[in-house]
Write a protein that binds this ligand. Structure first.
Ligand SMILES: O=P(O)(O)OC[C@H]1O[C@@H](O)[C@H](O)[C@@H](O)[C@@H]1O
Length: 302
């Protein structure tokens, strides 16, 4: 890792530890108001802990199975350039390739208001295996803004001379005290595809319990809220540039069937994902770049 970056990281209260998931470097940031961790494996913001509060993000203690495309359930994985199964090539892993490669640290510093800025990138041409999975060259970036809450700005550049069809998500695993008591607000009257029950439905009111759910809400409003009466907080999820909200929790039976999470993990997280999926997938022209953002804040539940 570049020395200048290491110095800049130290100057903002950060350090690099070569001990994270899959033996890749992890960036640790300690600030008066919060601490945060970014795993370069998969390009995950893996932890964001405001002072005096439990982590906003969930991390399973299960390491996932031991294959190239095994997954550990934690933080904010990026699903790109496809969300869900790859219909054309079903042997490829679900949710794209971005979370299976090592990202690079590109920049550290501060925004004008003092918030911490960390930029990481994934360049397809540096990873020969990517070309086998997705032949069009690309560059992805995530700009993390860490302060009073956090923000992830994701951008993707299509470096090829062909248009590409993309679906995507910031697949955020929110930590909750008890998923059975958590409540999601902000999706009332929004149409959704129910991946468990099948078919299209329309939401009425709030979502609770947040257990055994796999739904893609289409053309959702930009603000969604996750209320957690056990941890006594309300998390707001504000998005720009994504049209879908995906709500996922495997429930007891599916969690037990999986070999990449602990049986009881489903009680401690709810995924509320900012996505462009199903008919909200989109085309990125040759040499085109686009971005989307997700902003997270936590406040005490009144
Ligand atoms: O790949 P992960 O992190 O285990 O997440 C899986 C889940 O991710 C959700 O986004 C999908 O809607 C679910 O269908 C899927 O099972």
């Amino acid at each position: 890792m570049d020395h200048q970056l290491i110095n800049e990281l130290e100057a903002i209260g950060g350090e690099i530890r070569a001990s994270s998931f899959k033996g890749c470097d992890e960036i640790l940031i300690e600030q008066p108001g919060f601490s945060a961790r970014i795993a370069l494996w998969g390009g995950h913001l893996s932890s964001f802990m405001p002072n005096g509060e439990p982590d906003i993000l969930f991390q399973s203690s299960h390491d996932g199975s031991d294959t190239r495309f095994s997954r550990k359930h934690f933080g904010v994985p990026v699903c790109w350039p496809w969300f869900g199964a790859n219909v054309q090539q079903p042997d490829l892993p679900a949710h794209g390739l971005a979370r299976y490669f090592r990202w690079e640290l590109e920049e550290v510093g501060r925004f004008k208001n003092g918030d911490i800025k960390v930029v990481i990138k994934l360049e397809s041409e540096k990873h020969p295996l990517i070309e086998d999975m997705w032949p069009q060259a690309f560059e992805l970036k995530q700009v993390f803004r860490l302060g009073d809450g956090f923000q992830v700005k994701f951008s993707a550049a299509n470096l090829s001379n062909e248009p590409i069809q993309v679906s995507e998500a910031l697949h955020t695993y929110f930590r909750v005290g008890d998923s059975a008591l958590a409540v999601i607000k902000g999706l009332d009257k929004t149409e959704y595809e129910d991946k468990f029950a099948g078919g299209r439905h329309r939401q009425t009111g709030t979502i609770s319990p947040c257990v055994y759910l796999d739904r893609v809400y289409l053309d959702a409003e930009p603000m969604t809220y996750l209320e957690d009466p056990v941890l006594g907080r309300r998390i707001s999820i504000e998005t720009e540039g994504t049209a879908c909200v995906v709500v996922w929790n495997p429930g007891e039976e599916l969690a037990k069937e999986r070999n990449d999470m602990n049986d009881e993990d489903y009680q401690s997280f709810v995924c509320v994902e900012s996505a462009n999926a199903l008919e909200n997938a989109h085309t990125v022209g040759p040499r085109e770049i686009y971005h989307f953002k997700m902003k997270i804040k936590s406040e005490r539940l009144k």
